[in-house]
Design a protein around this ligand. Sequence first.
Ligand code: ATP
Length: 200
Amino acid sequence: MRIGILGGTFDPIHRGHLRLAEEARKKLLLDRVFFVPAYLAPNKAGISDKITPAGIRYAMVFAAVRKYPSFKVLDVEIRKKRKVFTIETLRQLRRKFPGKHEFFLLTGGDNLSILDTWRDVRGIMRLARFVIARRPGYRKERVPPGIVWLPIRSLKVSASKIRTSVKAGRSVRHWVPREVETFIREKGLYRSSGGKGNGL
Ligand code: ATP
């Protein structure tokens, strides 16, 4: 199998993530795409706004991907309840899918300029093809050797923009699947600066 792996904070999952996964699936002929929500985001430690509890972010990803037959959400990282680097997850998935399966680590264009912040890029590249896809607002700079550049019809959307919009009382219907919009509304996510929602 050719397996795409899309890690992220998914706070919340949005159409930009789904577009990235879908375009990568088609262009790289992937059989599966695994969405891997992080418990804490390694690259985002110390950001000011608090992250939504992992169980809620997982539930939103689950709801968003369930209608796509090739997409699946994995709880490998959130189950550990700690910061997990991608290299560790790849090693774990490799043990689960040994042999001929090929891994494609799917990331967005914002990662091109911060590749040096990733733990053990060389190790990652031994276990997977490191794919960086076009993302609006981020220039395609020099693509380092070994990185697969994927020119996709990406969407100009980010989770932070969605959180800001919800807080300001604006609709986010265009940017998230209906199930996720309902989830955000019903749980009262992102309304306050804590971003934790009510009652969960
Ligand atoms: P935030 O705004 O909170 O920083 P985000 O929208 O970047 O969040 P993440 O969950 O951090 O979402 O992203 C997970 C992965 O998806 C990252 O590799 C990121 O580059 C990629 N990604 C996110 N949004 C897009 C998009 N609109 N187009 C392409 N790739 C994207």
